[in-house]
Ligand binder design. Sequence first.
Ligand SMILES: Nc1nc2c(ncn2[C@@H]2O[C@H](COP(=O)(O)OP(=O)(O)OP(=O)(O)O)[C@@H](O)[C@H]2O)c(=O)[nH]1
Length: 383
Amino acid sequence: MESPFTYILITLFFSSILLAIIFFMTWQTMGKQKYALMFSLSFLASTALWANTLFKSLFLSHNLYWMMGCTLSMLSVVLGTWGHCLRTKTPIPISALLSLAGLGIALTFYFTYIDSFIGMQMSLYLLVDVIFLLITSVVIIRHRKKSRPAEIGASVMHFVFAISLFIAASIALSQGRTMDVELIKLYAVVNFTALPAAYVGMSVFVIYMLASDLAEEMKLLAMTDSLTQSLNRRGFYVHAKQQILELQKQQQHVCLIYWDIDKFKAINDQYGHAGGDQVLISICQMIRQHIKKDDLLARMGGEEFVILIGRTGYDDAKNVAERLRSMINDTPIPFGELHINITASFGVVELGSQDISVEQAINLADNALYKAKSSGRNNVVFS
Ligand SMILES: Nc1nc2c(ncn2[C@@H]2O[C@H](COP(=O)(O)OP(=O)(O)OP(=O)(O)O)[C@@H](O)[C@H]2O)c(=O)[nH]1
């Protein structure tokens, strides 16, 4: 009858293979994101680590088997940590991660072959792993101001995994220079109870995190206009209500500007659909440069747009539409060798002074826009 630890190792071996395959498939299906490939390679290194532990001393001398195990363990966490740095665009260079792992390998080598010190030999790689797991935990949680539940879970699981490794490392280190059979038994119990659960838990949360990345990307796509990369009508309604509350809390004057390119049909007729499309793309880029980062710009359909702004002074808010109108009037849009002159008409309504919904504000601003069109175009009308 094999030791129960052998069965746990076999389970870990197969779990790692499956995880390596899952992340490889994720890499293939999620637009070849490098971080998914790093996660796959990390689990591949873990698979080799568990295989090395399963077949220990069968092919290699004990010391060589140990060095191999430590190296694979550190390689696995380096790849995982780097993957998380890539996903979150955290500027930690791979060379720094490899240097730390290299130091761990060199010291383990020293305490294995040169100055035999069993406590150091057994704990050093675990301590290096702990540092990497803690870095990863912080990298995940600091990625955005408000972390998603999957990110909180993944960060906590990395922390828990780090703690369980730290306990195992402390037990191993307390042996001192020579082996202590009782402590080795305790070390094995910690290593084969808390550790597998933390390992699998951590992996599942990383998968959940990537699935939630994908869901967010889909949500974003469903709310974005593919031509101009502005919000679409649906995206505007989703964001506007929250943004209005936020701006009103900050005592800002909130204005809704409904605007429309004048005689756009004639532009299409003169320059073709491609020319019309170029106008829509360029005008959105220009507008974005002239409004604040937090202002919402959305394409409501065709050549109709809406902008939601908040300004400290009422006059500031009112003047935005006039400034945009004059900027559009003065800026011909390059299209190949040509330049297309355009104008736009604007309807503006202030929210806050009147207790109205977004839908009502849009109707009022649209009526004002209609008046701007009827009174000759290229002007601004306030509701
Ligand atoms: N190139 C291009 N044209 C579009 C797009 N969506 C709608 N249009 C065109 O936009 C034109 C809108 O025309 P109208 O609603 O008559 O408005 P207009 O010509 O701008 O006239 P006024 O608004 O009264 O100044 C139509 O010819 C549509 O085919 C698009 O995505 N790309």
